[in-house]
Design a protein around this ligand. Structure first.
Ligand SMILES: C[S@@+](CC[C@H](N)C(=O)[O-])C[C@H]1O[C@@H](n2cnc3c(N)ncnc32)[C@H](O)[C@@H]1O
Length: 256
């Protein structure tokens, strides 16, 4: 069996052999901690996407960074959908839930699809901005543009950097299924990332998460240079227009 990591090429480009934080964190403990981010929320988000794109010709969808497949399952109800993720543990759960749905293990910087394979690509619940070097984040968008047909849409559901900076909760703790979860959040010393340490006290496990604080304007610029035009900006899962105070930055971008 080939155990080479799908992000081997990216690691070689970065000159590193160490595991990246996102290879270690997105497993079963992640799901345990984010169990409130569930199927109901996912169905809500997919309904919002379907409402905004009503009338568009959509046949094939890629759920990029699908995790355990909560959005893929809702997307599959409407359109033919492929889920893609790097986490073998989360994909195992996705496949167990829906064995007949297609899931692919790959790195979002090396998409294994022919050009113009999809009408819609969705990247949901902050599954972007994980790479230290912005060129790697930009590379994801370039790969997505290549895999979308002309006129196809990318929906990117990202954090709102201005809201994260204003409302950052430096520490909280809660108990879930008898496990005490402590979370510490900071802005990185270089001001580029929001960083989180997640500690499961009783088993004594610790994880790290780091997301690039890209503003709506940064994201728009990155999308435009990758060949997209922004067609809609939404600020929450209810569909409200985006503002500096919105909880989310949800951009609908059309491939030119
Ligand atoms: C915050 S989770 C969201 C998962 C899913 N969209 C959801 O809402 O349940 C981010 C996902 O991105 C995946 N991911 C992280 N880095 C990746 C990469 N380089 N290539 C592909 N997927 C990646 C993780 O494994 C994880 O499943």
């Amino acid at each position: 069996m080939n155990n080479a990591s799908p992000n081997q090429a990216a690691k070689q480009r970065a000159g590193s052999e160490e595991a990246d934080w996102f290879e270690e964190w997105f497993g079963e403990d992640y799901l345990r901690i984010y169990q409130h981010r569930d199927e109901t929320e996912a169905e809500h988000v997919v309904e919002l996407i379907a409402r905004v794109l009503d009338g568009s010709d959509i046949r094939s969808v890629l759920d990029l960074g699908c995790g355990a497949g909560r959005h893929s399952r809702a997307l599959c109800e409407r359109w033919w959908t492929v889920g893609l993720d790097l986490s073998a543990a989360l994909l195992r759960i996705a496949r167990r839930e829906m064995p007949s749905d297609p899931y692919v293990r790959a790195d979002m910087r090396e998409l294994p699809f022919a050009p113009r394979s999809f009408d819609l690509v969705v990247n949901l619940f902050t599954s972007f901005g994980y790479f230290e070097d912005d060129r790697e984040n930009e590379r994801v968008l370039v790969c997505v543009a290549a895999t979308l047909r002309e006129g196809g849409t990318l929906v990117i559901d990202f954090l709102n950097a201005s809201e994260v900076r204003t409302d950052l909760v430096p520490y909280d703790e809660r108990v879930e299924n008898g496990i005490t979860i402590e979370q510490t959040r900071t802005i990185s010393p270089d001001d580029r990332f929001v960083e989180k340490t997640i500690r499961l006290r009783e088993p004594g496990k610790e994880y790290f998460e780091r997301v690039r604080l890209l503003t709506a304007k940064d994201l728009q610029q990155m999308l435009e240079s990758a060949g997209f035009a922004i067609v809609r900006r939404i600020g929450d899962y209810g569909g409200a227009e985006w503002s500096e105070h919105s909880p989310r930055t949800i951009l609908f971008a059309r491939r030119r």
